[in-house]
Structure formats: C-alpha cells, structure tokens
Design a binder for this molecule. Structure first.
Ligand code: ADP
Ligand code: MG
Length: 375
C-alpha cells in the first residue's frame, strides 16, 4: 500500500486487498485507506467478493457475472433493491443456520475431548546454540474442549493463533501432551494402534486445489480410505462405495449411467472449486467417520458456492449425526454452523461457550474485537 500511494495517485486499484488477512488487520487496512481517501481525495476501485466489505467501504458498486456488468448503482440502493437475479443471489448468499439444536444429554460422552492440551513444534535455537540443540515453540497451550455427538465446535481466531495446530493434533498427526480422546480412546504412540481411531476422525482442508492429488482420478481419490480401512473389498465393491459417496455429496447426480462412469476416471482439475470440495468431503465420508475436522472448508470458495457447501455439511450432520470441529475466521459461517465456540489467541483458548452466548454477549476483549471487525 505504501508503494502504491508513494506518488499520491488520483486512483487506487485494490484487487482483493484484504482477502488473505484476518479480520482485525482487515479493519486496520480499510481504516487506513478510508483516511487517505479523505485526506487526498483519492478514488478507490476495490475488487472483492466480500459483500460486507462493499457495504462498509464503497459508495457505488458494480456487480459482474461471466464478464458482464449486470447491475450498478449506489451501494445502499443496490443492497436494498437488487434488480438482477445474480445480485439477489449474491446478497442472499449469507449462510443460513439449519442445524439440529438438541442439547446433548448430560451423561453422553464427548466424541472428541481435550484437557490441558499442549502442542509444541521443535525449532532451531537462535545463535550458535542452534547448532547443537533444538528449542520448542508452543503453538497450543492448556486447551480444554469437547465436541459432542452430532454437534459442531467452531474454532475462531486470527491467523497464527494455533487453529490448524489444534486440528492436526485432533487428527493424531502431531505429538502433544495433556489429554486428547476420540470416542473415549486416546491416540497411541504407534501408528498401528491408531488405525481404528484414524477411521473415526477424518479431515477436509481449506484449499481443494492443493489438497487433492492432481495425479489421481476421482475414483482413486475418493476410494483411497477404503484401501486402508477395508482392504478386503474388491475393486468392483470399492467402486460401488465410491459412486454412493459421490451421490451423497451431490456430485454426478444429474448424470446418466455412461456419463457417471466417465466421471470416476476424471482428474480434479476437471472440476470447479465447489465440486472439488465436495470430492474432498466424499473422500472423508467414505470410511464412515464420527468426526470431521474442517479447516477453513469454504474460505477458498465464492459466497454462493460457500452457501451450498455449508448446506451440504448441515444435511450430512443431521442425517448421520456427524460431529464437526470447524475452524474458520468467518463469523457468518460460525453463526450458521456452530453449537459451541472456542476463541483462540496466541495459542490459548481465551473464551469458550455456547455459540449464541459467545457471539451475542462476548466476554473477552479479543472476542469483541473479532466480532466487531467482522461486522
Ligand atoms: P492458524 O491455523 O491459527 O493460523 P497454526 O496452528 O498454523 O495457526 O500456527 C500456530 C503457530 O505455530 C504459528 O505461530 C506458526 O508460525 C507456528 N507453526 C505452525 N507450524 C509450525 C511448524 N511446523 N514448525 C514451527 N512452528 C510452526
Ligand atoms: Mg490455519
């Protein structure tokens, strides 16, 4: 931004300037831009998929679809009275809450339970000591949380706060100290003893473009878990499971038999972002897990697709009683999905509780900042 502003331009082109930033930083950058705009009379052409941003920052808005401008006008008019169907769909893309609100019975054990969880990374020590000894960076400290059967625990926090580390530990992929139990069973030290647990906890990552191998076909990607957890299946039996998993997530439902056969042999690059994320979900579901760890599952998707993928996740949770450990920086997504929420900052859980309590009456200063910035 400093580089762009050095010559005091009349017009600043800002192409998704804050998309990769967490909410508190985003607020600071926008305040900075607004201040400069006022001071220097600079015009800003801001390109973004974030409607909240448009509402907050812009005076006029242009809506584009497939290379065409389908609508333009004063922001307040367009948001209040959208004329074009695509604009309406965009404005209507705010995720809707549609989850089972049942409170778990008191005696019901948590599906995933952490007590005093601590995860550290081994890092080189500074200076010459680093030649001989390694130090430790503690990324998660003293974390307590429960994920109940059929419910979603939302994890919020800015980038670097330890959310993904928490997720990897829950998946049994990082060494930790403290207690971490999945369906009452602790992760063991040997990978053989963990095999049955690995089946119970599956994962969907943020970016479906890099999380699915470009060299494997859809059949291989989705069926891979069966090779490990049900090695006795024949290839034909496996194919039946793969086909069912694809239909369960809404991929290929509109195809006839011959086209569907071709679908299995396609590669990830032949699918859109939303479809790829459905493939990633099918890949996780095929081994019939109890818990899905969702690390920013819709952050790489645009808002209309995001809404569809969230609806899919909600339906799967209702139908199968799945539990989700849902990591996201998007407060709208938390509002739509979570039953319980934990807020992380610098490796610590600073606030936790039922979603409506944390979101509507936050107690910790940091939670208040996060929520205010997301508005
Ligand atoms: P988040 O997902 O909330 O953005 P992460 O869990 O990825 O946060 O990271 C938490 C902290 O741990 C960060 O400070 C990050 O730099 C550090 N960290 C993450 N992975 C490693 C690693 N493999 N080695 C050392 N430090 C790491
Ligand atoms: Mg992360």
């Amino acid at each position: 931004i400093a580089m762009a502003l050095a010559c005091q331009p009349k017009l600043l082109l800002a192409d998704e300037p804050t998309t990769a930033l967490d909410v508190t930083l985003r607020g600071q950058i926008l305040d900075l831009l607004a201040g400069l705009q006022k001071k220097n009379g600079m015009a800003v052409l801001m390109i973004t998929h974030d409607l909240n941003l448009v509402r907050r920052f812009a005076d006029r808005v242009i809506v584009m679809e497939n290379g065409h401008i389908v609508e333009q006008g004063v922001v307040s008019d367009v948001f209040a009275h959208p004329q074009h169907s695509y604009t309406r769909r965009l404005i209507d893309s705010k995720p809707v809450r549609d989850v089972t609100e049942r409170a778990p019975a008191a005696a019901e054990p948590a599906v995933l339970q952490a007590r005093a969880l601590r995860v550290g990374y081994s890092i080189p020590r500074p200076g010459f000591k680093g030649w001989f000894k390694r130090g430790e960076f503690v990324a998660v400290q003293g974390a307590d949380f429960d994920v109940q059967a059929g419910q979603t625990l939302g994890v919020m926090g800015e980038s670097g706060s330890g959310k993904s580390t928490l997720a990897l530990a829950a998946l049994g992929l990082l060494p930790f100290s403290g207690e971490l139990q999945v369906t009452g069973q602790a992760w063991g030290l040997s990978s053989a003893s963990n095999k049955s647990l690995r089946r119970v906890v599956q994962v969907v990552f943020q970016d479906p473009f890099s999380s699915l191998s470009p060299r494997l076909t859809v059949e291989e990607i989705v069926g891979e878990g069966l090779l490990v957890h049900e090695p006795a299946l024949t290839q034909a039996e496996r194919r039946v499971h793969v086909a069912q998993a694809l239909l369960d997530v809404g991929v290929g439902v509109d195809l006839d038999q011959a086209q569907f056969g071709g679908l299995l042999q396609r590669y990830p690059h032949e699918f859109s972002g939303g479809q790829r994320q459905r493939l990633a979900i099918a890949r996780a579901l095929i081994v019939k897990p109890r818990v899905l760890v969702l690390d920013e599952p819709t952050s790489a998707l645009d808002v209309t697709i995001q809404k569809q993928v969230l609806q899919l996740l909600q339906r799967l949770q209702r139908e199968r009683g799945l539990s989700y450990l849902l990591i996201t920086h998007d407060v709208d997504v938390i509002r739509a999905m979570a039953h319980q929420v934990v807020v992380m900052k610098d490796g610590y859980i600073v606030e936790s509780g039922p979603a409506d309590r944390v979101l509507d009456a936050p107690e910790h200063e940091y939670t208040k900042t996060l929520l205010a910035a997301a508005d």
